[in-house]
Write a protein that binds this ligand. Structure first.
Ligand SMILES: Cc1cc2nc3c(=O)[nH]c(=O)nc-3n(C[C@H](O)[C@H](O)[C@H](O)COP(=O)(O)O)c2cc1C
Length: 355
């Protein structure tokens, strides 16, 4: 496998194995994309990425991380997004919203206001925030309201409705966010989910919400289009979610219509021992790929073309997702093709830089 080999998932062809990892920009008013998002996402599509994922787009207003997050809970937001979809597609990249609910991590301030601090008292902040249980993320976080069965059903519906809007705008990829200590991950991990009903306790019960969301999304998201699921492959914490759990979850959601597991990690508890370093989550992707026999994405401190190429050549992942390196260099894929001497489609406007 090479970085610039195309990837076919269902009826969609990705021109290469490089995806822009979802990255919140905290720059939205009322959850809608604006010029910033068009330029930010558009530049990375022109820069040669095979897939461009949006930042987390909340499926309900109270599911935003900050008041400035994107959302896809109304048609105005969908109409604004259509412009970005058109531009990204015109550059030859696949475009996918990341659908999300921030759970007990909702209603925080932006990073430049002191991310993690609750936004309750700040402009646009709100209460309550919701979670599987009334256990806050940290002592300084808001105490969430434990969701009722009706609350849960409403969130499942909201994911499906957002997927319907994504389809109407012409998106050809969707990612469900079940990582980083946000709502779906909160239900998965026994470190946060203390419920005693059918959504808590056993592995079967803790995975129920994710499975319900996948099923509801697949009911509106057509068979011809790919669906990715981002998980935290491990909580890096004793008594928490493990990579073996991730393999078991992958095997459960594959027949429900998930095509690729995007393997991130951590986020459920503030004090986890995360061995941060180059490619530190690649092993999770490799284990899920081997264990579940599924397509996977590797993410986390993948920065050089040679490193990315090696991950694919060793079959540790089918896709690499780049976050911060794409902020440093939106043309990373074009540079990678140049350095690795692999064939990539350059924008005609940039072809004089190709050789
Ligand atoms: C500014 C910023 C915003 C992020 N927002 C999201 C997000 O909305 N959804 C998500 O799943 N991950 C988010 N992440 C995590 C990245 O997608 C990625 O997994 C992480 O940064 C590790 O990859 P990297 O080392 O290539 O940056 C964010 C990261 C950054 C730096």
């Amino acid at each position: 496998m090479n970085l610039f080999d195309p990837l076919q998932i269902r009826d969609v062809t990705f021109r290469n194995r490089i995806a822009v990892s979802p990255m919140c920009q905290y720059s939205s008013i009322d959850g809608a994309v604006d010029d910033w998002h068009l330029v930010h996402l558009g530049a990375r599509a022109a820069g040669g990425a095979g897939a461009v994922l949006t930042e987390a787009m909340a499926v309900v207003p109270e599911g935003r991380i900050s008041p400035f997050d994107l959302g896809l809970w109304n048609d105005t937001q969908a109409e604004a997004l259509a412009r970005v979809v058109r531009f990204v597609h015109a550059q030859g990249a696949v475009f996918g919203p990341q659908l999300a609910h921030a759970g007990f991590k909702a209603s925080t301030q932006t990073p430049w206001q002191g991310h993690g601090k609750t936004a309750e008292a700040a402009e646009g902040g709100w209460t309550p925030v919701y979670g599987p249980s009334a256990k806050p993320f940290s002592p300084s976080s808001l105490e969430p309201v434990a969701m009722t069965a009706e609350d849960i059903a409403r969130v499942v519906r909201a994911f499906a409705e957002a997927a319907g809007r994504a389809l109407e705008t012409g998106c050809n990829l969707l990612e469900i966010h079940a990582a980083h200590g946000y709502l779906l991950h909160e239900f998965l991990t026994p470190l946060v989910n203390l419920r005693t009903d059918e959504y808590g306790g056993t592995f079967e019960n803790r995975t129920r919400l994710v499975r319900e969301v996948v099923v509801a999304v697949r009911e509106v998201w057509p068979e011809r289009l790919p669906l990715w699921l981002r998980i935290s492959g491990t909580d890096w914490s004793r008594g928490g979610w493990t990579v073996e759990d991730s393999v078991a979850l992958a095997m459960m959601v594959k027949p429900l219509g998930v095509d690729l597991i995007d393997c991130s990690s951590g986020g459920a508890v503030p004090r986890a021992e995360i061995p941060v370093g180059p490619g530190y989550q690649v092993g999770l992707s490799e284990q899920v790929r081997r264990g579940a026999g599924m397509l996977t994405g590797a993410v986390g401190l993948i920065t050089s073309p040679q490193q990315a190429q090696a991950i694919l050549a060793r079959e540790q992942a089918d896709v690499v997702l780049l976050g911060r390196e794409m902020l440093r260099d939106p043309h990373w894929p074009l540079r990678a093709a140049h350095e690795l001497k692999q064939e990539a489609a350059w924008p005609v406007q940039y072809e004089r830089a190709k050789w």
